[in-house]
Structure formats: C-alpha cells, structure tokens
Ligand binder design. Structure first.
Ligand code: ATP
Ligand code: MG
Ligand code: MG
Length: 289
C-alpha cells in the first residue's frame, strides 16, 4: 500500500494517486492524469487489443510504452483523476489466480517443498495430509490449489484484495474472507451502507457483464489475476474498471471460453463471469427490498 507524491496538474486539480494492493514501487504518477506501471509485454499486448475492443470503456486508456530512469513502463490513465478524495477497492476476479501454464510448470518438476509446507501450517495447522505431515513438505501444485480455497476465490469466483476508504488506512487483511456473509460485511464496510453508491456500482457491473458476454477479447483470453477497481467519492460518483492484465493470455485458436463453466485442468476456464454473477448478486442483496 503506497502513496505517491502529489504532482499538481493544474493548481486546482492536484493529480492524486493511491495504491491499494500490488507490488509497491511498480508505479509512478505520469503527466496529464496518467499512471506508469512497470512494463510487462503480456500486459502491453492486452491493452493494445483492448483499445480496439468493445471493452475499451471499461479499462484505463492505454498510451504505449515510456522510459524513465532506464526502466520501461506501460502508460495508462490514472483512474482516480476525476474523483475527489476517493475510496478505492481492488477485487481480484476468477476462480483461480494462477495460469494453467504455471500449473504445468509446477507439475513438470514435482519437488516436495518444505517452505510451502511451513507457510501452509502457519495459516492452518490442520491443512496438511498425513503424508505431507510425515514429509514436512508439500508439492507446489498442491500449495497453489490449497491457497485458492482460503479466500472466496474458489467458492465465489472473486476475492477482495484490499480497500481504502477516504482518509483511512488500507485494509488488506482479507486473505481468509471466504463466506458470503464475510464478503457482504466487508463490502458493506467499504460502501458504508450507502445505497446510492451500491446502486451506482450495480449499474456499472451489469453494463460490464453485458459487454463481457459479447467481447471478442474476453472470449479469446484466459483472464487470470485481473482485478476490478472500484472507486467512489463523497460526491456520490462511482466507477469500476478492469485492471491488471499481467497474467492474461491469448488462447490458441479456435479455443474460446465462456468464463462460467467450472475449471477442469486443460479447459482453461477462469470463472471470471461466474464470479461477476456472484458479486452482482451479493451487492443486489445489500439493497433494501
Ligand atoms: P498484483 O499482480 O500483485 O495484483 P500489480 O503490481 O500487477 O499487482 P495492479 O494490480 O495493476 O499491480 O495495481 C495495483 C494497485 O494499483 C491497484 O489495486 C490500484 O489501487 C492501483 N492501480 C492500478 N492501476 C491503476 C490505474 N490505472 N488507475 C488508478 N489506480 C490504479
Ligand atoms: Mg493486481
Ligand atoms: Mg498483476
């Protein structure tokens, strides 16, 4: 959770940017309401295609690659620009947050990992099987799949990574926020039970769902580790955008995904739309009947 320096754009409209989660140090505030994110070729490819896709209104505008202090950056819109002291939330979408490719690589070299066993018992001493306990080690593939069951990723198809309300600290302690009730409570805290804000978010999410159902980009990509960035402020302005395409990969033609079919190894489904259905349902249930 980092805070950028305030770079004034015009005296009246100071350029503000706050980071909820993700790697600190990967970002710089650029000129004219832009944000620079540490370069990643896969992410550039996605943004180039997204600028030509019907999803364009739901992602930050992309301006290409720029260099700063010998480091390359992808340059995009800072989504906080038109908000006044915004509240921000990052929801990571999908029923798994590693690529099938990462799983294949872990399967090729199946070494028992003591470090992952240690991490596992620190979180949940009951998690290892008898055999894992005897070995004091777990396979990486097992660790990756176990980790997804801690949060709501495996059961709801999305998880709250973190949020920050106006003038407050970041809340990032959601790694074990798993049940529908726990997620509802966290979302209620973020929107401070403001039904106007919930309405705004719901409207936007339903528009997004409609576009996702027909988007050519979405059909032809495995979208993993990507987030929805929620932003609102005390003026009642709300916005939601798709961000973080560092792990989004094009599928080999003619394969396409519906993003709702449950994942089985090899089908590449990511559960993104299933998670969005659940998110919409949970928010709708926060409104008075
Ligand atoms: P990770 O892979 O760990 O999720 P990352 O380094 O790929 O993180 P992002 O997920 O792209 O980084 O972004 C991290 C945070 O930075 C987001 O949660 C959000 O708070 C902020 N952020 C990212 N992109 C934008 C943007 N275009 N406008 C405003 N804020 C942004
Ligand atoms: Mg991210
Ligand atoms: Mg990322």
């Amino acid at each position: 959770c980092g805070t950028s320096s305030l770079l004034p754009m015009t005296p009246k409209n100071p350029q503000q940017w706050l980071q909820v989660v993700g790697h600190a140090g990967s970002f710089h505030v650029g000129d004219y309401g832009t944000l620079l994110k540490r370069f990643c070729e896969g992410e550039r490819q996605c943004y180039l295609k997204l600028m030509e896709d019907t999803l364009r209104p739901f992602v930050p505008a992309y301006y290409g690659v720029v260099q700063r202090d010998e480091q390359d950056y992808n340059m995009m819109d800072n989504l906080l620009t038109h908000f006044n002291t915004p509240a921000i939330m990052d929801c990571k979408m999908g029923s798994r947050t590693y690529q099938e490719e990462e799983l294949l690589m872990a399967q090729e070299r199946p070494q028992p990992r003591k470090d992952m066993y240690e991490k596992m018992v620190t979180v949940d001493p009951e998690a290892p099987t008898d055999q894992e306990r005897a070995q004091q080690a777990v396979l990486k593939t097992r660790y990756m799949q176990w980790r997804e069951t801690l949060s709501s990723t495996a059961t709801l198809g999305f998880r709250i990574e973190g949020f920050r309300k106006a003038n407050e600290e970041c809340h990032t302690n959601f790694k074990r926020t798993k049940s529908r009730e726990q997620v509802t409570e966290a979302l209620g805290n973020f929107v401070e039970s403001n039904t106007h804000i919930v309405w705004g978010y719901l409207r936007r999410l339903k528009q997004l769902r409609q576009e996702l159902e027909t988007s050519n980009f979405f059909k032809t990509h495995e979208v993993v580790g990507s987030s929805l960035l929620f932003v609102h402020d005390w003026n009642g302005r709300t916005g939601i955008w798709m961000i973080d395409f560092g792990k989004t990969v094009a599928l080999p033609a003619p394969l396409t995904l519906d993003h709702r079919t449950p994942w089985v190894e090899g089908n590449r489904e990511d559960g993104y739309l299933w998670g969005l259905d659940n998110l919409i349902d949970i928010l709708a249930n926060m409104l008075p009947l």
